[in-house]
Design a protein around this ligand. Structure first.
Ligand SMILES: [Ca+2]
Ligand SMILES: [Ca+2]
Length: 187
């Protein structure tokens, strides 16, 4: 913009002008906004035994300001503080990963992700469910041995083996019993 000065004294009248440069700087007047923010928790499911560094979920936010006023830092807090030992959030990317091998199961972790620009912040609740890993194992060492006579009749039972599910233990064990038989050779 231009500035003009005018001399109103006795003649002659005088004028002079100069240029004024004004730099408009950004003010931090916009809060971070979480993309797809929901009043309900964002849910994720992982399996018991998930190793350290496994991606669980991510939260992203944008900010309409510029420069440092739009720089967002993410943090993660759990309702039960010691659960923070199990998960970590990348403060720059908002990606949540396991921070240890997840052994607890079944379990539900309730937490809140905060996106902050240093002045304003936005939050999103999260819900991480750990499901039990179901494995099936033969009883004992899983190695079986027996002997039969060469004259054993066809369809004679020679041995029973069993396997147990890790999910359904006693008294409601899921038990699969298999009878090994001698079958006739295919025609
Ligand atoms: Ca901002
Ligand atoms: Ca601004």
């Amino acid at each position: 913009m231009y500035i003009t000065a005018k001399y109103d004294g006795p003649a002659p009248q005088l004028f002079t002008s100069t240029t004024l440069y004004v730099e408009l700087t950004d003010a931090n007047d916009n809060p971070p906004i979480i993309e797809g923010r929901s009043a309900l928790p964002i849910s994720a499911v992982i399996t018991q035994g998930s190793l350290t560094g496994r991606k669980v979920l991510s939260v992203a936010a944008f900010d309409a300001d510029q420069g440092t006023n739009a720089m967002i830092s993410y943090s993660l807090h759990f309702e039960t503080p010691q659960n923070s030992l199990n998960f970590a959030i990348n403060s720059v990317t908002g990606v949540i990963t396991t921070a240890t091998t997840i052994l607890a199961s079944p379990a539900v972790y309730l937490g809140t992700v905060t996106a902050s620009d240093g002045l304003y912040s936005a939050t999103q609740s999260i819900n991480i469910t750990v499901t039990t890993q179901n494995t099936l194992a033969f009883s004992g060492a899983g190695i079986y041995q027996t002997s039969i006579s060469e004259s054993t009749e066809v369809l004679t039972n020679i041995m029973a083996v069993s396997a147990t599910s890790s999910v359904r233990k006693t008294p409601h064990a899921l038990r699969c019993n298999t009878i090994l038989c001698i079958h006739p050779l295919p025609a």
